[in-house]
Design a protein around this ligand. Sequence first.
Ligand code: AMP
Length: 209
Amino acid sequence: MLRVAFLGPPGAGKGTQAVEVARHLRMPHLSTGDLLRSAVAARSPLGLEADGHMRAGRLVPDALVLQILNERLRQDDAKEGFLLDGFPRNVAQAEALARLTPLDRVVCFEIPEGLLVERLTQRQHCPKCGTLYNLATKPPRRPGVCDLDGTELVRRSDDREEAVRTRLRVYREQTEPLIAHYRALGVLVPIDATGTPDEVRHRVEAALR
Ligand code: AMP
């Protein structure tokens, strides 16, 4: 099994693809965003500290994210390989990760910035099963309700326009330099992230073969 990370701006479809590809290729899906949102929901000390940063669209301090990721990487299912979604987000995190495990591929989602704000502000998800919807491109069959389990859909607190703008700026300033970092290491695989979710999934799976 491969050790893979997805890289790309918020709204590029990393989360949607990570859920599908992980299911298809039977890889554990490790999303630091999901792990942090669970900690916030559980009101753990780490979650309480992360909450304000997340609502504002800023990065959570590296030490907290590394702690949560480290615990997850130590679980048995992640020993052979994994699909990392949302980590690393800056060069310091990439260097910390390299001390824990190497990466075989970094799939970089390429998409024009103009599409991102619209995608993010139209987004809803199921709090129970995690399925992602988009009012413009992938609406639920019944408005406001999950197709799979009937749970009422919610919006992420950081999908408000102001937090979205902060997240895009943070991406450009802190995360985008990772493209050159991983290109230099020879593991970067850029993919075209425009088009339907199925089209993008085929490109991602081709990149992992
Ligand atoms: P995501 O679900 O990946 O879009 O992450 C949502 C939010 O969680 C981000 O805007 C950050 O506040 C926080 N977060 C997720 N992953 C990281 C990370 N690797 N480093 C710092 N903050 C993170």
